[in-house]
Design a protein around this ligand. Structure first.
Ligand SMILES: Cc1cc2nc3c(=O)[nH]c(=O)nc-3n(C[C@H](O)[C@H](O)[C@H](O)COP(=O)(O)O)c2cc1C
Length: 333
């Protein structure tokens, strides 16, 4: 595996956790990086909200720990370049956030609430605005003492018929973006249907002459699918989303598989349960117990998927209200 450099940040391997709202908690990101992910961005956070409300309201989604994570990345969404400028300035003035390594811009979110404000995937239909956002971010980070790369995560199109948006990728690169990641679905597809490797490849080819890494994303769930995406798109790196839920081991598996070394053994039942408890313990450090457990209800089933009695355990877990109750259900004392 060749090493990938984003701005001046050297990645230990080309495999990154894809940002996921509700999933990309700080403890989960720490675990994924420990398991081999080069870095793990936060979920999307509103640039406008940071501009007008400060960081308090969204702090829990932006919480980073450079000591425990290594490379850190905060993902922002919005549609106004000035919001991004103000948000980055605020982040850089916040002691707990100012050391963030990478600022990532969301240009792929398909959710109506986000799209109707001209943010997320809507930006694919407005390349001039998208470029202005990248330029505003780049200008803002240029004023900092250290180099902070600005990356973009987008899709292969907005409308059902779109089969890749090479001109959009070029516009982002021309605006000075330091890395582009493309999820091979259109906005219309949301998360359904297949992720198109061909459409990703088209966008990859469009920015081949620019000196920036290109990441591919969508439906990568094992070494074979990872290898296929690398071979057929010529991408420099990959992002893994859904297949990592409750399965942070996927990073060491794929890293080993791609490097041609022996794959680590898949964890046994006890190891999976303990990892789940570890993530919940991490969430308990910054959330009240009832909130942490309630929010974790949607995550826990991923950790026990396929285990004997998983269906019954899942029913018990989704009504759990305390940490002790979760441990009891899992048979962990
Ligand atoms: C529950 C969920 C939340 C997501 N939240 C975000 C997000 O906050 N920012 C983002 O860029 N993409 C988000 N995505 C998209 C993923 O990062 C990824 O692009 C998509 O799931 C395709 O990759 P995969 O097939 O590996 O899951 C989300 C996806 C899911 C399933």
């Amino acid at each position: 595996m060749k090493s990938v450099i984003i701005g001046e940040i050297v990645l230990k391997n080309p495999i990154v956790l894809s940002p996921m709202a509700g999933i990309s908690s700080l403890p989960f990101r720490i675990i994924c990086n420990e398991m081999g992910a080069a870095y793990s961005p936060t979920e999307l956070v509103s640039a406008r909200s940071i501009r007008y409300n400060g960081v308090d309201k969204s702090f829990r989604y932006m919480r980073i720990s450079p000591e425990e994570e290594g490379i850190t990345a905060i993902q922002l969404f919005g549609s106004d370049p000035d919001d991004f400028k103000a948000a980055i300035e605020t982040i850089m003035e916040t002691p707990e956030l100012k050391d963030v390594s990478i600022i990532d811009i969301n240009m792929g979110c398909p959710v109506p609430k986000v799209v109707k404000t001209g943010s997320g995937s809507a930006l694919m239909e407005d390349p001039v605005r998208a470029s202005d956002i990248v330029k505003a971010c780049k200008k803002t980070v240029a004023g900092l003492k250290r180099k902070v790369p600005v990356t973009v995560k987008t899709r292969t199109g907005f409308n059902a018929g779109d089969k890749g948006k090479p001109d959009f990728a070029k516009a982002l690169a021309d605006a000075g973006c330091d890395m582009i990641c493309v999820h091979g679905r259109t906005r219309t597809q949301m998360y359904h249907g297949e992720s198109s490797i061909e459409a990703i490849a088209l966008m990859r080819d469009a920015v081949r002459d620019y000196d920036i890494p290109f990441f591919a994303n969508g439906d990568i769930c094992d070494v074979d699918s990872a290898r296929k995406v690398f071979e057929r798109t010529g991408c420099d790196g990959i992002m893994i989303g859904r297949a990592a839920r409750g399965n942070p081991w996927i990073f060491e598996q794929i890293a080993a598989g791609l490097a041609g070394s022996e794959m680590p053994k898949y964890p046994d039942e006890q190891a999976r349960k303990l990892m789940m408890i570890r993530e919940l313990e991490g969430r308990l450090k910054y959330l009240p117990e009832d909130v942490a457990v309630r929010e974790f209800r949607s995550v826990m089933p991923y950790y026990i998927k396929g285990l004997p009695g998983a269906a019954r355990t899942k029913v018990e877990l989704v009504s759990a209200v305390s940490f002790n109750e979760v441990k009891e259900i899992m048979g962990i004392v």
